[in-house]
Design a protein around this ligand. Structure first.
Ligand code: G6P
Length: 494
């Protein structure tokens, strides 16, 4: 499953491969395993000659799951987004990806999609689950929100219609993420034979945070999720948060599981040792001229806490003249959700902070922060592989696979600085240097400590981290998720 592209950590876009015409199956499919997610594993566009071609496979959750599905007989149900995808969806036939995965696209009108994706899923649920509402200005549940909530319902219904068609009798349906919280209740009513799982690649909020939602919406949400046979998260901590929300609203919790995803070490090594990556690595090493390298790779995403990371680095430079000019902070970020004003504003805040710190400390031959915002997965692998220190300091994160990819590809016994609020902390916390995400001063101290850690300790930590990071790679993870569904009672059996 890995491109270096964890279910949570990568951008909307781009994987490189030659576009080719999509391969439609000739007849509808009926599968024992159905995966559903908003964004699927392929994207369709019209090329310059007007031909329908399947372009890049989408990023985010999709590449991770796609590799786990290779060789399994499954159908993946995902939303049609581009005009070309809408045309393809109208044929009601599965399309086969390069990896042999069958994809059925769901037609949703642009208005409904916008309401569900932008207003509800990313503008509300994402902020709620990551604890990102400031509460002074947001959230605001006005008439527009209630209309969008209707749109979210109908978006979920459209998925139910397609899942119903492609799921064989008694099939297992694995529904991913917060875009599709309401699919479970309709499936339980209409297809009680199915085994259904909702797997959240995000964190979950506390009952106190959930209480910002209008009560009717919160109840519909928690009821909807609880109508699945199983609800899964990457860590016990988010399971517990969800359980507490069910109790607070007096809803019967379904079977709850924590199944932490690990990374596919062999695949990561293959990519990071390609000729092209090796060449770029050599270029970076020679550009650094022996300076230490702090590195991060993230989506441009408010929950990733990029600005505070820069502020902590600034404190390090401020307090230690000897380090100035001897350490570089590389930040490789991927554009994300640019249709949301909060994301555009956060991008500007990142750029401004980097610029300000560079203006303060740069000299003729040295720039302290090298910020790049582009879809460039290989550049991230290169950075992760030569980093002396890898900084992963999210405000809150479902898992955070960069924290696992880093130790696998790193060639310098790099030290991992990890937020206590990342799901990955449950597995990697002991071998990393822990930081509290809002504590900039504490993060600066962790950066200094990481830069000074004795070689023997770096080596020992790095070895243990890379073992822990590759526990339960994607294929095993999916097998466990499916098995958890089989152990639960069918969703409609009350
Ligand atoms: C992140 C989250 C995933 C989510 C994805 C959607 O990667 O961790 O849980 O599915 O975002 O991203 P998108 O680019 O489709 O909004």
């Amino acid at each position: 499953m890995m491109s270096p592209c964890p279910p949570g950590e990568r951008p909307n876009g781009a994987r490189s491969r030659e576009p080719r015409p999509p391969v439609f199956r000739e007849e509808p499919l009926s599968a024992d395993l159905v995966i559903a997610s908003n964004r699927g594993p392929l994207s369709l566009v019209r090329d310059e000659d007007g031909r329908l071609v399947s372009g890049h496979a989408a990023g985010g959750l999709a590449p991770s799951l796609a590799r786990a599905l290779e060789g399994r007989s499954a159908v993946w149900v995902a939303a049609a987004m581009s005009t070309a995808e809408h045309e393809a969806a109208a044929r009601h036939l599965p399309i086969e990806t390069d990896g042999g995965v069958q994809v059925r696209l769901v037609e949703v009108s642009p208005e409904t999609f916008g309401a569900a994706y932008r207003v509800v899923a990313n503008g509300t649920l994402w902020f709620l689950y990551h604890g990102m509402f400031d509460r002074v200005y947001r959230p605001v549940f006005d008439r527009h929100f209630y209309e969008a909530w209707d749109g979210y319902r109908s978006y979920n219904e459209s998925f139910v219609d397609v899942i119903e068609q492609v799921a064989a009798d008694g099939a297992t349906v694995v529904v991913n993420d917060y875009h599709l919280a309401l699919v479970g209740s309709a499936l339980a009513a209409r297809r009680p034979d199915l085994r259904t799982v909702h797997f959240a690649h995000t964190p979950f909020c506390s009952p106190e945070e959930l209480a910002v939602l209008p009560r009717s919406v919160a109840t519909e949400l928690i009821d909807g999720l609880s109508s699945f046979g199983v609800v899964g998260f990457h860590t016990e901590r988010w399971v517990e948060a969800f359980r507490r929300c069910t109790t607070a609203l007096d809803v019967d919790a379904p079977r709850l599981v924590a199944i932490p995803l690990g990374v596919d070490a062999a695949e990561l090594h293959r990519r990071s040792e390609s000729h092209e990556t090796a060449k770029r690595r050599d270029e970076l090493i020679s550009r650094l001229e022996g300076r230490k390298y702090v590195f991060r790779s993230d989506r441009v995403e408010p929950s990733k806490n990029v600005v505070r990371g820069f502020l902590a680095f600034e404190e390090v430079l401020e307090g230690d003249a000897a380090l100035r000019e001897n350490v570089v902070f590389g930040a490789r970020l991927y554009p994300s959700r640019e249709e949301l004003p909060e994301y555009l504003a956060y991008r500007s805040a990142i750029e401004r902070a980097a610029q300000r710190i560079n203006n303060r400390f740069a000299t003729g031959s040295f720039t302290p922060i090298e910020l790049e915002i582009a879809d460039d997965l290989d550049a991230s692998l290169v950075g992760l592989s030569v980093a002396d220190v890898i900084l992963v300091n999210p405000l809150r994160d479902g898992m955070n696979l960069v924290a696992k990819e880093g130790p696998i590809v790193n060639q310098k016994n790099g030290v991992l600085i990890l937020s206590t609020e990342a799901g990955a902390f449950e597995q990697l916390g002991e071998e990393s240097l822990a930081v509290e995400p809002y504590d900039v001063h504490g993060t600066a101290a962790a950066l200094r400590r990481a830069l000074e850690l004795p070689a023997s300790e770096r080596r020992a930590r790095a070895a243990r981290l890379s073992t822990l990071a590759s526990v339960r790679p994607p294929t095993e993870w999916l097998t466990e998720v499916v098995a958890s569904a089989k152990r639960a009672k069918p969703a409609g059996s009350g």
